[in-house]
Design a protein around this ligand. Structure first.
Ligand code: T3D
Length: 265
């Protein structure tokens, strides 16, 4: 079943990574973690890659940790923490810090760590039939993979607390109306929308977009004064990219810009 725990498609300017254990709703094994880590590292190493889409095969996006790996032969459950340190936490840090946008195309249920991995992506599109579940409380665990950090920031403390404590599923349209995700779309339009977004980013000013991501993330830790200073510094950095010069020239010449993306200045 696990011959190819993820699938990778290379498109002009972006890649699509598909979690591929459909019989288990794409729940994570160590092999899948390693394959995903390598695929992301490979995308980062390729300067022509300017966006990433993450999706799932079959009827689910990802059901979090494969619980079959959490029961030893004697029927005992292990003490946790190791997999978070080795796999889940580095994955969330990596996704947040990618030097280009990452789009989650949530094709079906996103549960446990699978839900929080989706929410860690820059833009979350979901099929209308998809649901988001903080399923941890159902098995005596705590939301991980950044759930206790990102969820209250996206939807506020009252909703985050209730979802974490009840594990109530949130349908895609409600997730959109709560601001948990960017957009819920018709099931049969999900992948086309995801590709369209990645194609847009594939010709965008990537270095500038990476600075936007960092500025928004760092704002959580800053007061307005500190953030204004950061904006000044990042703007200075953005203005040194060839894409800024090209953007201004193209505007004045009334033509479409040709952005170089991740190419060094
Ligand atoms: O190191 C650490 O462990 C710490 C890290 C923790 C991270 C976590 O993610 S902990 C949370 C783990 N995930 C869950 O608790 C979710 C478990 N799954 C579910 O609650 C439900 O499957 C869903 C709500 C996601 C979907 O429900 P439904 O009714 O649409 O599907 P289903 O029938 O439950 O699942 C379909 C199959 O996938 C089924 O297998 P079968 O009976 O057809 O052979 C089911 O057992 C399997 N499956 C679903 N989720 C998992 C899974 N198998 C293993 N692990 C799973 N997480």
């Amino acid at each position: 079943m696990d011959e190819q725990p993820i699938l990778i498609e290379r498109h002009t300017g972006y890649r699509v990574i598909t979690l591929n254990r459909p019989q288990r709703l794409n729940a994570f094994t160590e092999a899948m973690h390693v394959a995903l880590r390598d695929a992301i590292a490979d995308a980062v190493a390729d300067d022509t890659c300017r966006a990433l889409m993450l999706t799932g095969s079959g009827r689910g996006f990802c059901a979090g940790q494969d619980l079959n790996d959490r029961l030893s032969k004697a029927g005992e459950t292990p003490v946790l923490g190791g997999a978070l340190e080795t796999y889940y936490n580095p994955l969330i840090r990596k996704l947040r810090g990618l030097p280009f946008p990452v789009v989650a195309a949530v094709n079906g249920v996103a549960a446990g760590a699978g839900c929080n991995i989706a929410l860690a992506c820059d833009i979350v599109l979901a099929a209308r039939s998809a649901i988001f579940v903080q399923s941890f409380a159902k098995i005596g665990l705590v939301p991980d993979s950044g759930g206790t950090w990102i969820l209250p920031r996206l939807i506020g403390p009252a909703r985050a607390r209730a979802l974490a404590l009840t594990a109530e599923p949130v349908p895609a349209e409600k997730a959109e109306s709560w601001g948990m995700i960017w957009k819920a779309v018709a099931d049969d339009e999900l992948m086309a929308e995801g590709h369209q977004l990645c194609q847009h980013f594939a010709s965008a000013p990537t270095l500038g977009l990476a600075l936007i991501k960092r500025a928004l993330d760092e704002s959580w830790e800053h007061d307005l004064d500190a953030q204004l200073d950061l904006e000044r510094e990042f703007q200075r950095e953005a203005s040194l990219t060839p894409d800024y010069a090209e953007g201004v020239r193209a505007f004045l010449e009334k033509r479409a810009p040709k952005f170089a993306g991740r190419k060094p200045r």
